[in-house]
Ligand binder design. Structure first.
Ligand SMILES: Nc1ncnc2c1ncn2[C@@H]1O[C@H](COP(=O)(O)OP(=O)(O)OP(=O)(O)O)[C@@H](O)[C@H]1O
Length: 605
């Protein structure tokens, strides 16, 4: 595909909406009305009004343009028609057809529907993935014909910290409503308010994720790159305006459709930043994927962090799109910093002087001086405007990175950026996250999750708010049916494939194990290690005890990685020669650890 297709698509989009002219409210780009080419064809004077509402098309067909009525004060967004971009390859999911199988065997599931209204709404089809928290299946909403993804989260309350992470995620996804953020459509009502263990969350269904897209498509065009980055920054602008830091942006946490639509997902590590929140609580459980981690998080540089940590991750993701390979595949935090400085050069003394953590400051000042590699040399085929923005996103010093909003106003997006389509969220109310301030018991979290689920069951919510006791009785919810269906699916999923037990990544540390900061505001490096290997890795970090937690071979990421590989091998990508993209969960090489330990020890001697 070339720009012509793109131009045609954009023209079609404008044509379809020709009656919705509103005053031009673009970013004030100097050349926004001049010149030729696809950028300017997108830069016409017609824009979709913020108040314009289009019906959302069911996933899997029809007009790709979308809009969403925002809850509360949030805006209604008229979004792109993106038919102008050539479709990207997404692997076809063909794991196990639940519906057909259940008919063949005459399993009882089909009858179950008649009794419970809500359950009959979803016809489960196949398993599309497994995570550490459970299984994700595709299904059809029989009321609307829409295809959805249903995530079954097993044994939610096994660990209070996991349950709290799930609470955070479902709450944030209810509050953050934007076309570039995955949508929770529904959560099944548990059969019993006080006794439920599993929950079923119904998401909009996406076809793939950016990790797969990068692997499967070696013919992405400059227009694809630009549109991908645009959506990511636009989503981030909205999320940051709500004072939410995602903290774990990586290609696997960006869902993708063949029509080039991207959506940010997995808010399990996200946090709302209230100005008075102690940064210790905010950061001590930080275990996000190292390869996309900002330099300041590779050594507890500061006591307070900013949304610029997410901007860095977006920079890494964009670079990975351009080359098909992760930009900084560090084996541990020290190696991570080495790779960063290999490309960006050693930071200037002023930037190093701002670092409050003494070990990290010392490590960087003692590092052999390195010159930056020109981005043109590193990314020889990329659009120079793209590279200029990439350099800004990957500024070593967080204060030099643009905000998402500033990123959208970068010349790279001339003709594409449009403030009308880039709404900001309202800051999230403190009341919603009041639970972060206290130590929760299992029953507390269960009640809070139940309350959150009731947001999708307005009548029950009314009853609950009136103090109705009846909902403590078993309530016909349809979850039992789902449970059996998922059990059946899980039994078949992975048959004949490399299958490994899923271990839950206990990502958030239980409160009682979170160490207090020292008087410098930094974490003193108190141990949270649960295994000798973790202890070894911690000796290799620069002050943050959790900075390598995700790299513990006993942690499930490597397991998940294998499972994902298994599902990839079972998938069909037509005519695709996948590029080899290494996994960020690569095993730690003991020798490297030893070498780095010596290096760090020598530094601190
Ligand atoms: N809405 C969705 N549409 C399509 N696929 C999805 C959707 N949500 C998740 N998936 C896929 O299902 C799989 C499992 O997702 P899940 O979020 O449970 O686990 P994960 O991404 O491994 O993260 P974690 O284990 O940290 O929660 C992933 O491959 C993901 O891409």
């Amino acid at each position: 595909m070339g720009s012509n297709n793109f131009v045609d698509g954009v023209r079609r989009w404008f044509h379809r909406r020709s009656s919705t002219t509103v005053p031009n409210n673009q970013h004030n780009h100097p050349d926004q009305n001049s010149g030729n080419g696809y950028r300017n064809s997108r830069c016409g004077k017609r824009h979709v009004s913020l108040s314009e509402s289009h019906a959302r098309s069911p996933n899997g067909g029809g007009d790709a343009s979308e809009s969403r009525e925002q809850k509360g004060n949030l805006a209604i967004v008229g979004d792109f028609g993106i038919s102008g971009l050539s479709l990207i390859k997404v692997h076809k999911r063909t794991h196990f057809n639940m519906a057909a199988d259940s008919q063949k065997k005459g399993t009882p599931e089909a009858d179950f529907f008649t009794e419970y209204g809500e359950a009959s709404q979803y016809q489960i089809q196949e398993v599309i993935g497994k995570g550490s928290y459970g299984v994700v299946g595709s299904a059809t909403d029989t009321h609307t014909g829409e295809r959805v993804a249903i995530k079954k989260i097993n044994d939610v309350f096994e660990h209070v910290s996991d349950a709290t992470r799930i609470l955070r995620e479902i709450k944030l996804l209810r509050l953050l409503r934007h076309p570039d953020v995955v949508e929770i459509k529904h959560i099944m009502l548990p059969p019993s308010r006080r006794e439920f263990r599993d929950i079923y969350v119904i998401f909009e269904l996406m076809e793939s994720d950016l990790h797969q897209v990068i692997k499967a498509n070696d013919d992405l065009t400059p227009e694809h790159y630009q549109f991908f980055l645009y959506q990511l920054l636009r989503g981030l602008k909205y999320i940051h305006a709500a004072n939410v830091f995602h903290r774990d942006l990586k290609p696997k946490n960006i869902l993708a459709n063949a029509d080039c639509k991207l959506k940010i997902c997995d808010f399990g590590l996200a946090r709302v930043s209230f100005n008075d929140a102690p940064s210790a609580i905010f950061w001590t459980d930080y275990v996000a994927t190292r390869w996309y981690r900002a330099p300041e998080l590779c050594g507890s540089f500061f006591s307070k962090y900013t949304p610029a940590i997410d901007i860095w991750s977006i920079g890494c993701i964009f670079a990975e799109m351009l080359t098909g390979k992760p930009l900084f595949p560090g084996k541990n935090v020290v190696h991570q910093l080495d790779l960063m400085t290999d490309l960006l050069g050693t930071p200037p003394p002023e930037a190093i002087a701002r670092i409050r953590n003494e070990k990290a400051r010392r490590y960087l000042s003692n590092m052999r001086k390195k010159q930056p590699v020109p981005f043109k040399q590193k990314f020889p085929n990329a659009d120079p405007l793209a590279l200029r923005l990439l350099e800004r996103l990957l500024a070593f010093d967080p204060k030099d990175r643009p905000t998402a909003e500033e990123g959208l106003a970068d010349p790279y997006f001339h003709g594409l950026a449009n403030l009308d389509r880039e709404p900001s969220a309202q800051p999230i109310s403190k009341l919603e996250f009041e639970f972060e301030r206290r130590k929760l018991t299992k029953d507390d979290v269960r009640e809070l999750i139940y309350r959150e689920i009731l947001e999708y069951h307005p009548q029950m919510l009314q009853e609950y708010l009136r103090g109705g006791d009846q909902i403590s009785f078993m309530y016909p919810s349809g979850v039992d049916r789902f449970k059996r269906q998922f059990a059946h699916l899980e039994e078949h999923y992975g048959k004949g494939e490399r299958s490994m037990p899923i271990l839950r990544q206990n990502a958030s540390l239980p409160r009682e194990r979170v160490c207090e900061p020292n008087n410098d505001g930094e974490n003193p490096g108190a141990s949270v290690a649960t295994s000798p290997s973790k202890a070894a890795q911690q000796s290799n970090n620069l002050g943050n005890p959790n900075s390598d937690a995700q790299h513990d071979p006993n942690q499930p990421n490597s397991t998940r990685c294998l499972l994902k590989s298994a599902s990839i091998s079972a998938s069909k990508c037509i005519g695709v020669q996948g590029r080899e993209t290494e996994h960020e969960e690569a095993e730690v090489n003991d020798e490297a650890i030893d070498g780095l330990s010596r290096k760090v020890e020598a530094l601190h001697a």
